[in-house]
Ligand binder design. Structure first.
Ligand code: BTN
Length: 336
């Protein structure tokens, strides 16, 4: 893992002021002006755009978008999640970093955030585009439950994230089974597109879970590659303004901890109704693809394990535990 970034005080000071003189800043941070200049240059090397010189004063460009992990930790009222947030400018994948923390024995709740990922991973071996401006996070969990009880955890997470996104941005969220969050602009009620994906990786023995790496990718203020724009969007595009990633992460961690407390004690059952109500494509004809076959049916809901329940053409209903769901275009023509 690259060395941890410990520069939050300087970043916070630059973020909270417009142009600030070197003398003022050095006084505030209790360092010499020379030491301050060195620190500012180190930040510049890391990609922060800071104009000015000690005498003229410093000014940080795009200061509002700067992510300061310590500010998030300090604002949290959680007991476990996010008390320690490890922030990096660049990582291959936050999943790899959080697994390293797991191997070192860190407790539940450690969080890794990267400003950008060079090898972001999605479900089913897909690439996850992770440019600057998005929220790329992995959370270390140590659920005190049996390994077979873990799969609905990501459904529970998607519900908590959808609530957080709605409260922090101007978007309406829906859940795409199993664990995507899709959103549309609140004002327009337009077509929903993907804004968040969740990747859950786990290490377990037959009767206990060692760790779960809960990877969350939210398209916030990041650019999206052209080929994704048909099905994905960003919160900035929906809200028509930049969305505060720190506030969003804080709300996500608060919501997740509350939900996990309930989930660890009572499984998916307490979430089933709310989850099903917020699903995309309820009662519509969908196709479930698990890469071996495509099954078409009517989306009836989710069962107590979080499995997708489809009504099949013969009248039988069946539960599916994995796969990708899409709307069946031909089957839905004229049936709404
Ligand atoms: C998906 O929808 O396929 C899941 C995408 C998960 C992306 C996140 S970004 C943070 C974490 N690190 C990764 O490499 N992947 C997850």
């Amino acid at each position: 893992m690259p060395p941890k970034v410990r520069k939050s005080e300087l970043l916070s000071a630059l973020k909270s002021s417009g142009t600030v003189s070197g003398a003022q800043l050095a006084r505030k941070l209790k360092i010499s002006r020379q030491a301050l200049h060195k620190k500012v240059n180190a930040l510049r090397k890391q990609g922060y755009e800071i104009s000015g010189r000690p005498k003229a004063g410093y000014k940080m460009k795009a200061a509002r978008g700067v992510f300061i992990a310590e500010e998030v930790s300090a604002s949290l009222s959680t007991r476990r999640l996010g008390k320690e947030i490890h922030f990096f400018e660049t990582l291959d994948s936050t999943q790899n970093a959080v697994k390293e923390l797991a191997a070192k024995g860190e407790a539940e709740g450690a969080v890794v955030v990267a400003a950008r990922q060079t090898n972001g991973r999605g479900r089913m071996g897909r690439v996850w585009s992770s440019g600057e401006g998005g929220l790329w996070v992995s959370i270390l969990l140590r659920p005190p439950i049996q390994p077979q009880g873990v799969p609905p955890l990501s459904l529970v997470a998607s519900l908590a994230i959808a609530d957080a996104v709605e409260s922090v941005s101007g978007a309406n969220c829906a859940l795409k089974w199993p664990n995507d969050v899709w959103a549309s602009a609140r004002a327009s009620g337009g077509k929903a597109k993907k804004i968040c994906g969740i990747l859950t990786e786990m290490s377990a023995e037959p009767d206990r879970v060692n760790w779960v790496a809960l990877g969350i990718g939210v398209n916030v203020n990041n650019p999206l590659p052209e080929e994704l724009k048909r099905t994905a969007t960003t919160l900035r595009a929906l809200s028509k303004k930049a969305v505060d990633r720190q506030a969003l992460l804080g709300r996500i961690l608060e919501n997740l901890e509350k939900s996990f407390d309930v989930f660890y004690a009572g499984g998916f059952a307490p979430f089933r109704k709310k989850y099903a109500e917020r699903c995309l494509w309820k009662r519509q004809r969908v196709t479930l693809s698990d890469f071996e076959r495509d099954v078409e049916g009517r989306f009836l809901g989710v069962n107590e394990d979080g499995a997708l329940v489809l009504g099949l053409p013969g009248g039988e209903s069946r539960a599916f535990y994995a796969g990708d769901v899409s709307l069946s275009p031909i089957a839905n023509r004229g049936t709404k």
